[in-house]
Design a protein around this ligand. Structure first.
Ligand code: SF4
Ligand code: SF4
Length: 471
């Protein structure tokens, strides 16, 4: 056993996060992503280094409780872990590789900026995003497709996402854009993939068959069981939409229904995350994502006072997945699956999403915005597909703001799993795109992430994580 040279500079505490979950203690090396389940002595050591900031003092205190040799052993291990700074070189290359020209792998087409619903939390002024015209015409969609072809040099496969409002209100324009993309794709050797985010109320047999035949990735906005969903997603006359959506969904064969992704919005009106997930699992869905509502409305937004209930929810959720792993059963929660994969692969996330880097949104007028949520906000208008004028400076600013360069995020222990939060959320809460998410949501995310580490440690040897096949 080497005698430990006591020097507090040897251990950089900023590099560690320590936490307890279900009586298990963990130390995470934030930079490398390695997370260790540790015994009481290691945990006490790091906790006291955090408190006293001096290894010599800590050692003196610990000697009263543990044998010196054991303490030295743990310190040595900690020093080794401290050295693990994997993938830091990648951080630099990320900045160096910032491209000066657009290189997109997809566009979001606001094919219809109108909606047949009047959802409680709509951020898009009932789908209009406060801008006109309401429907995208064929000339704009064709120009957008050509714009994508001309600005996707590195990508053979590109995607078009139809968004709204409710995109199915402009179904003919969708059909035209799909057939135009396919033809242009053949001419330019590009393969087009299509997706649509819909409220599901217009998904009749004819439309469903078309979407299925054209291999659409269908994303359905559905918030949970009927009583939860109907409180938030309703027609202008306040009638809920759950029943009509279910009627439409039940027409779709089960094997195809399995492929439909569910996007549920979580509000403080109902925070039963686990029950929402199980509801969709029972209906036969296998791809469910739950995201907290984006709003400043305190009747909907989760606040600091809700953190306790949410903490309970995350522990319930983790125990539910624990059981699923034990019984070798997959689960539908896509966010959890992705996070477990990231933990397993020691992946580092530098951006929350690829808005501005890999995709942009096109309004019905042909204006380009950072993403669909910014449509109508001139501050985040980055160009126009007809004039092909691009405000490269806006895009470059976004690309430069990796999580390490965001002042509210660069000290957050969860940063490489979060990527710095949504630009829209940041703008909503701080008036700038590069701050952080709503701080209460950050708290939630960190709590959830700790549970994910706990879950991963219990089941890291199961195929469900290693094979990425836990669908
Ligand atoms: S957005 Fe919040 S959780 Fe994400 S890195 Fe920033 S501070 Fe951390
Ligand atoms: S900025 Fe926010 S809303 Fe826009 S794509 Fe990214 S995560 Fe989604």
């Amino acid at each position: 056993m080497n005698k430990v040279k006591i020097d507090r500079r040897n251990i950089n505490l900023n590099q560690f996060h320590y936490f307890v979950k279900a009586n298990a203690r963990f130390i995470l090396n934030i930079n490398s992503g390695q997370c260790f389940a540790v015994d009481t002595i290691a945990y006490d050591l790091i906790k006291r280094i955090d408190k006293y900031k001096d290894l010599a003092i800590v050692k003196k205190k610990l000697i009263k409780e543990y044998p010196e040799e054991q303490i030295d052993e743990v310190i040595n291990e900690l020093l080794l872990v401290n050295k693990e700074r994997s993938k830091t070189d990648e951080d630099k290359s990320l900045y160096n590789n910032i491209k000066k020209e657009l290189d997109l792998d997809g566009l979001v087409l606001m094919i219809c900026q109108d909606c047949n619903l009047s959802c409680e939390y709509c951020y898009g002024e009932n789908g209009t995003y406060d801008s006109k015209p309401i429907f995208m015409n064929n000339k704009i969609s064709e120009s957008a497709i050509n714009f994508l072809i001309n600005n996707s040099k590195s990508y053979k496969k590109v995607s078009i996402s139809f968004f709204g409002g409710e995109p199915l209100l402009n179904f003919d324009a969708i059909k035209h854009a799909v057939s135009y993309s396919k033809n242009r794709g053949l001419e330019c050797s590009k393969e087009f993939n299509f997706s649509i985010t819909t409220n599901g109320t217009l998904l009749n047999n004819r439309i469903a068959t078309y979407l299925i035949e054209n291999n659409f990735n269908i994303i359905l906005s559905l918030d949970g069981p009927k009583d939860v969903h109907d409180k938030l997603r309703f027609f202008p006359n306040k009638n809920g939409t759950y029943d009509i959506i279910m009627k439409n969904i039940n027409r779709i064969p089960k094997n195809i229904r399995k492929k439909i992704g569910i996007r549920a919005t979580l509000t403080k009106k109902y925070m039963g995350i686990k029950d929402i997930i199980t509801h969709f699992e029972e209906l036969g869905f296998s791809d469910v994502t739950i995201a907290p509502v984006s709003t400043n409305d305190t009747n909907l937004q989760m606040t600091h006072n809700d953190l306790k209930s949410l903490r309970n929810e995350y522990s319930k959720l983790a125990l539910y997945y624990d059981l699923k792993f034990k019984n070798k059963i997959g689960f539908a929660d896509s966010r959890t699956k992705t996070l477990l994969e990231s933990i397993h692969n020691l992946m580092k996330t530098y951006y929350q999403c690829s808005a501005g880097r890999k995709f942009l949104a096109v309004s019905t007028r042909g204006d380009l915005f950072l993403c669909h949520r910014f449509v109508g906000n001139g501050k985040y208008k980055v160009g126009n597909i007809i004039t092909s004028k691009i405000r490269g400076k806006v895009i470059e600013k976004v690309i430069r703001k990796t999580v390490d360069r965001r002042i509210m995020c660069n000290k957050c222990w969860a940063r490489y799993y979060c990527g710095g939060g949504c630009y829209y959320e940041s703008e909503l809460h701080f008036g700038k795109f590069d701050m952080s998410n709503n701080p209460n949501y950050c708290e939630n995310f960190r709590e959830y992430l700790e549970w994910m580490f706990w879950l991963y440690h219990k089941h890291r040897k199961t195929n469900l994580i290693e094979n990425k096949s836990n669908k």
